[in-house]
Structure formats: structure tokens, C-alpha cells
Design a protein around this ligand. Structure first.
Ligand code: GLN
Ligand code: ZN
Length: 746
């Protein structure tokens, strides 16, 4: 059979969703002004309308535009509102007040819990659903945003987060019985979706996109049967295209097609196996196939030749193929044209959201470009790094057994039982932030900036000595961010001027771009640690960010496996660790808060991930002498699937988020054969509340009971940079007192 050489003239261009914070973070500013009382509800709505209008300006180059993907805070919260499932504690007079009560909490109620959205750095608000939840259709937002696009003459496709995913992402409400699962409520919820679809249909929507990202994860037979029943019911009301966006649909693909959906949106970047699966299935030529060939998760230009070939393959299956992004473009910055400092070779290889829309329209255009993506330039290769890695022996990631090195470490740095320490950062005061801003704008010369930061280190050391902590930190005042700080000093990385991506609510991050081979050209942290150590007799921990976290919070090259890139970062860190050790640092902490985040969505890929992730950490850390102690730090709960990986890091001390899980993580670590020491966070730093010393003592007693006194450290559950000294001082006083109390009772 002859492959079509170009796409048919009627091939449509679309995307699954779009960045919604505004090209210059306009929504962030409006939200923060509103929260602080400087902007009223009408003003906020005007700013939101202008952001939506800008989204439509950009999306107008497409044949069909997604609508409803704007959000004031989070699209999961929008869906909770659309099905009227707000918890009673968040219901207030006005809709906006209820919405923000759920998102951020207020005097009366704690907010919804927040957690990571699949394997991304986006955080969603976790719905709370119980047997008592009464669902009702509130189609207002979805209809209004659809009509906004219609009014412009655009062919609009409303987008809803689907009922299956909404429930699978939910947790049981506080009052739910122990055997209740939110998914039990699917039938009730589907009735409400039927009404939402009816409202959209009345407004003129001919096709609705329902996002079911939860179908990109492993699903049980029971769940798949429920998916089938759900979609049989929904397709009777409306033509539906189901989007996943976070890998292959896998076993859910035939289920959806058999249920009679109008079409599916395929993630052809991470879910290429769906393409083969589709070829093996008997698919109607009428099936709408959205070919997600343009990566919605990363910022590299699309290989248009490869994408064109994939589109052609789909055209052999169906007469209705459209070109699309692989996921919503939510995860990429808006416009590459805002970047003026990046090298040309990099600019030529990048595409942000606006550029991606152009790629999509080019691919839908029979005359459009099908240029193959050029390989990385030779200048981005570092043969020295590659050969060093190739020559790293099998022992490079192994230390002598913990018991032996523990003895050596105790001899080198004698510490009391339950040693007290912190996680690294101290409060980033307004003064510090001002100094950083002035330095960035060129208003403060390097020497003055450095002097100011050193003065801060001296303050932080003095504070800790006064508090009586056992192992000190320098406080990280010189770090703008725990990843960017290293990215700015390593080769192979670039930082963007305005490459902002929404992390949650009004919070945005600016991930560095890891584009080439990574190498360290000079020590990155030694001067700061050594300076801090020169001010005190107490041990000061060296403080580094681990390879997995550096990858997780960057846009990473996609032309080689992540494992290879991780090893390069690890090698650079290994050199830094060696230099810290040579400078006399006895304790080096390597943070891996994102170890859980990169865990693949599908179980089948997880073992390979655990292998490379933990090996890269060990490459970074295992080069030290036995008497040098390696600490690591993890936060964000839900360690379940990475608990073995935590053990495999083979650190001497692991400080870990434990306060929210009531220390349960300790038993899990034990089952994973973790035998070294643990610093279970006894104080939740995410809350401004000063914890009671008694509560911290009680947490320490639990830890001592679980691990024995020799293996317990006393520390908060994360860094202190977001807190104020007014909270930090009394909290740390309480921590030191709690450790003393429990120590004396041993
Ligand atoms: N050392 C870092 C700090 O204290 C760790 C931050 C984190 O875990 N996210 O700020
Ligand atoms: Zn942390």
C-alpha cells in the first residue's frame, strides 16, 4: 500500500488545552492583588477575561479550539464546582469566596489537600467525596467559556475533566465510612455529567472533549468495566472525544472505542504504544483520532518528519485525523519570542506554546513543513564527561555496609542521641529578596551581594548556636531556587527569562533547560559551606540538590534516555561532594524531594525508574570516605511506591515528611529493609502554626519506639525559607527542648 505523502486538505489543527496564567503572569498578579484586598471581584474577573481573551487570540490559528481550560486556580477545583461537590466547610456567601476557601483555606476552614498531578510538577486540589456528597450540574463556567469562543466565530470544543478521573483523583470525605471509595459514586456523578453535556449541547457544542488522564494509569477490570458503562451512557448525549495526555491509554483504548466514543486524543509522545494497538484493532474509519504529536510536556521543537509519518499511519486507520498536542499545553511556557538571551542554537531547537500551535498548523497543512529535527550540535557534547562515565567502575555507586561506616562517622562527629538539625534553608526575609532583586537588575555589584549573603550566613549560624541545635546549616540565602542555583553553574543548562509554568494557583516556576552534556566547571557550594563552618565549632552540613530532583524540575533534553542525563548530573555532583569532603565537611546532605514525582504512571516502568534514579544518587554520593556522612531529604507524602527506592539511596540519614502520615512511613521504611537513621519531620513547616514542644516530643517518642534511639534525628519536615523568624525561633526552641526531654527519658 502506498503511504500518503501529505495530509488531506481537510485535516484539522487543534490542541488539548493552553497555558492559563497569561504570557506575563497577569492572572498571578490579579489573584494576589485580590487576595490581599487590593482588587475587588469585578477587577479580578476583568483580568481573568483578558487572560481568556489572550488565550483565544493565540488559539485562533487552530481549526478547532479547546474551551473551558482557563482556570482561576485549578481545573480539578473547577470540576468540583461544576458538579457542585464543594465540601460543606468551604461553602460561603459568594461563589468566589467559596472557591478560594477550598483552594487556600480561610479563618474557618483548612483548604483542600494539594498533590502532584500525575508525573508532573503541577499540583491539583484533591476532591473530597463521601456518601453524603450531593452532586448537581453547574455548567455556568463551561458554557460561558464556550460561548466566548463561539462569539468570536471560532469552532469551539468544550473540555471537561471526566467523571472517572475526578473520582479516582479524589479522597474520601472526613465522615465517610472506612470501606467507602469515591469511585463508588460513579453512577450518581455520571447523571450530573449527562446534564452538563446537555447544557453544552443546548449552547451549541457539537463535540465535547472529556479528559480522562486517570486512564493513563493501570486500571483494574472493575474500573474498566465502569469506564465502559460510563461512556456508553455519555455518548448517548453528546459526541465525545476522550483525551488522556499522560501516556498510553493501553487497555482502556479498546474499552473507550467499544463504548462508542466519537474519538480519542492520543499521546503520541509518551504513549506511542497506542498507535500500534490501534493498528491492530478493528477501528471504524469514522473514528476521530487526535494525533498528539506535539509534546505538551516539554519545550523541544517537534520532529515534523516523524510527526508527519505518525499522522500518515493514523490516516491509514481513519478518515478523520486531526493534529494536536500530546497533552494540554499547560505544562509549557507561552512564548519563546520573550527569550532574548538564549543562544541561537538553542532558540532554533525550542518551541513554547505559541510556537507549538504553529507546528500543529504546519502539520495539518498539506503544504506545511515536514522538516526533521536537527541533531544537537557537536558543541553540546562533552566527550570528557562521556568517557568518565563509561569508565566509572561497578563499585562507583557502592559504599561499605552502613554499620561499619556509622561507627566511623560517630567517631569523627560525636553527637548526642536524637541529634537536632534543620533541612537547609532559613527564612528568606524581605531584605534578602530585595538584595537578590537589586543584584539581578544590576543595581548591586557582585561583591556587595556576596558580602550581604555572607552576613546572612553569619546571622543564621548565630541563631542556630543560640538555639542549641547540634548540626547546623548555612541557611541557603545565596540560592534563588534549589535547582536553578545549580543549573546556573553547570554547563549544558540554560535559564529562561520568562519561561514560567503554573505549579499551583498563582504559583509559577521557571524550570531551567537542560539541553546538552552536563559538567561542573568549578566548585559550586564549597565557599559557602566552608565560610559557615569557619564561624562555628558545631558541624555544618554541606547542602546539594540531587540528580533526580534537578531533572524533575527542569525541561530535560529528550534525545537520550533520562538515565544517561541523570548520570551526567550525578557525576558533576560527585565532584562537588568530593570537594566538600576535601574542604573538611563531615556531613553532606543531598536533597531528593522529587524522587516520587518522576515515578512512572504505569507500574511496568517503575522498576527501571527506581534503578536509574537511585543509581544516579549513589553515583553522586558513594565516592566519600566511610567517616563522611551522607544525608538525604524527601518531602511530600505518599512514599508508598518509592519506599524501596529510598532504601536504595543508601544514605546514612534520611529526613522525611512524616508529620501528616503520623509516622507511618517509619514502619514502611522498616519493611523496605531501610536500616540507617531517619529524621522524621516532627513539625509541619507548611503551616504557620508554631508546633507545641509536647507534640514534637510525642512524635519523637513514636519514632524512638519504631526505630530505637540510635537511629532517630529531630528535625522539621522541610526547609524554612517560606517561614518567618517569628515562627521559626519558637518552633526550633520547642524542637530542641523536645529532643532534650525525650533524650533524658531514654
Ligand atoms: N534543602 C532545601 C531547603 O531546605 C530542601 C527543600 C525541599 O525539600 N524542597 O530549602
Ligand atoms: Zn522538603
Amino acid at each position: 500500500m502506498n503511504a500518503p505523502t501529505s495530509v488531506p486538505a481537510n485535516t484539522q489543527a487543534t490542541a488539548l488545552g493552553y497555558p492559563r496564567i497569561g504570557p506575563n503572569r497577569e492572572l498571578k498578579r490579579a489573584l494576589e492583588a485580590h487576595w490581599s484586598g487590593r482588587l475587588d471581584a469585578a477587577g479580578l474577573e476583568a483580568a481573568a477575561a483578558s487572560v481568556r481573551s489572550g488565550m483565544l487570540d493565540d488559539l485562533a490559528v487552530l481549526d478547532t479550539v479547546p474551551t473551558g481550560t482557563f482556570s482561576l486556580y485549578d481545573h480539578v477545583l473547577d470540576t468540583i464546582v461544576a458538579v457542585d461537590a464543594l465540601a460543606p466547610r468551604h461553602r460561603r456567601e459568594g461563589e468566589l469566596a467559596s472557591y478560594f476557601a477550598a483552594a487556600r483555606g480561610d479563618e474557618e476552614a483548612v483548604p483542600l489537600e494539594m498533590t502532584k498531578w500525575f508525573d508532573t510538577n503541577y499540583h491539583y486540589l484533591v476532591p473530597e467525596i463521601g456518601p453524603e456528597t450531593v452532586f448537581a450540574a453547574k455548567p455556568g463556567k463551561a458554557v460561558a467559556e464556550f460561548l466566548e469562543a463561539k462569539a468570536r466565530g471560532l469552532d469551539a470544543r468544550p473540555v471537561l475533566l471526566g467523571p472517572v478521573s475526578l473520582l479516582l483523583l479524589a479522597k474520601p470525605s472526613e465522615d465517610a465510612p472506612a470501606d467507602f471509595a469515591p469511585f463508588d459514586r460513579l453512577d450518581d456523578l455520571v447523571e450530573v455529567y449527562v446534564e452538563l453535556l446537555a447544557a453544552l449541547r443546548d449552547a451549541g457544542a457539537e463535540l465535547v472533549q472529556i479528559d480522562e488522564p486517570a486512564l493513563c494509569a493501570d486500571r483494574s477490570e472493575v474500573e474498566l468495566a465502569a469506564v465502559a458503562a460510563t461512556y456508553r451512557q455519555l455518548v448517548a448525549r453528546s459526541a465525545i472525544v476522550v483525551a488522556g495526555g499522560y501516556g498510553p491509554f493501553g487497555e482502556a483504548l479498546p474499552v473507550l472505542l467499544e463504548a462508542g466514543v466519537e474519538g480519542v486524543a492520543l499521546d503520541l509522545v509518551r504513549g506511542r504504544s497506542d498507535l500500534e494497538a490501534l493498528e491492530a484493532l478493528n477501528v471504524s474509519r469514522e473514528t476521530l483520532l487526535l494525533a498528539g504529536v506535539v509534546d505538551g510536556r516539554n519545550i523541544w521543537r517537534t520532529d515534523l518528519a516523524q510527526a508527519g509519518a505518525d499522522i500518515s499511519r493514523l490516516q491509514r486507520i481513519s478518515d478523520r485525523v486531526a493534529v494536536s498536542s500530546s497533552s494540554s499545553l499547560l505544562h509549557v511556557p507561552v512564548d519563546l519570542d520573550a527569550e532574548h538571551e538564549l543562544p541561537d542554537a538553542l532558540i532554533e531547537r525550542l518551541a513554547f506554546a505559541r510556537q507549538k500551535l504553529r507546528e500543529i498548523t504546519a502539520l495539518a497543512d498539506p503544504e506545511g513543513s515536514r522538516a526533521a529535527r536537527p541533531d544537537a550540535p557537536d558543541a553540546w557534547r562533552d566527550e570528557a564527561v562521556r568517557s568518565r562515565l563509561a569508565e566509572l567502575g561497578a563499585d562507583a555507586d557502592r559504599r561499605i555496609p552502613y554499620a561499619e561506616r556509622q561507627a566511623a562517622q560517630a567517631e569523627r562527629v560525636p553527637l548526642p542521641l536524637l541529634p537536632t538539625t534543620t533541612i537547609g534553608s532559613f527564612p528568606q526575609t524581605a531584605e534578602l529578596r530585595n538584595a537578590r532583586a537589586a543584584h539581578r537588575r544590576g543595581l548591586m555589584i557582585d561583591a556587595d551581594y556576596k558580602a550581604r549573603m555572607k552576613a546572612e550566613v553569619a546571622i543564621v549560624i548565630a541563631e542556630q548556636e543560640k538555639l542549641g541545635l547540634d548540626v547546623l546549616v548555612h541557611g541557603e540565602p545565596e540560592r534563588n531556587d534549589m535547582v536553578q542555583y545549580f543549573a546556573e553553574q553547570l554547563t549544558g543548562f540554560a535559564t529562561t527569562a520568562a519561561g514560567w509554568v503554573q505549579s499551583y494557583g498563582s504559583r509559577c516556576v521557571r524550570p531551567p533547560v537542560l539541553y546538552g552534556d552536563v559538567a561542573r566547571t568549578a566548585p559550586m557550594t564549597v565557599e559557602w559551606t566552608s565560610y559557615a563552618q569557619s564561624l562555628t565549632e558545631k558541624p555544618v552540613k554541606g547542602m546539594l540538590t540531587g540528580p533526580v530532583t534537578i531533572l524533575a524540575w527542569s525541561f530535560v533534553r529528550d534525545d537520550q534516555p533520562l538515565a544517561e542525563t541523570a548520570d551526567q548530573v550525578a557525576l558533576a555532583l560527585r565532584d562537588e561532594v568530593a570537594d566538600l569532603e576535601a574542604a573538611g565537611t563531615a556531613i553532606i546532605q543531598v536533597d531528593e524531594p522529587a524522587l516520587r514525582e518522576l515515578l512512572p504512571v504505569r507500574a511496568a516502568s517503575r522498576a527501571a525508574y527506581r534503578d536509574w534514579a537511585t543509581r544516579s544518587f549513589r553515583i553522586a554520593t558513594a565516592g566519600v570516605r566511610p567517616e563522611t556522612s551522607i544525608h538525604t531529604h524527601l518531602c511530600y507524602s505518599e512514599f508508598g511506591e518509592v519506599i524501596d527506592a529510598i532504601a536504595a539511596l543508601d544514605a546514612d540519614v534520611t529526613s522525611i515528611e512524616a508529620s501528616r502520615s503520623k509516622m507511618e512511613v517509619l514502619a514502611d521504611l522498616d519493611r523496605a529493609n531501610y536500616r540507617s537513621a531517619v529524621g522524621p519531620g516532627v513539625w509541619d513547616i507548611h503551616s504557620p502554626r508554631v508546633p507545641a514542644a509536647d507534640d514534637m516530643a510525642e512524635a519523637l517518642r513514636l519514632a524512638v519506639a519504631a526505630l530505637g534511639p540510635e537511629r532517630v534525628w529531630a528535625n522539621p519536615d522541610c526547609g524554612l525559607k517560606t517561614r518567618r523568624y517569628e515562627e521559626v525561633r519558637p518552633s526550633l526552641e520547642g524542637l530542641v527542648a523536645a529532643a532534650r526531654t525525650v533524650r533524658e527519658q531514654l
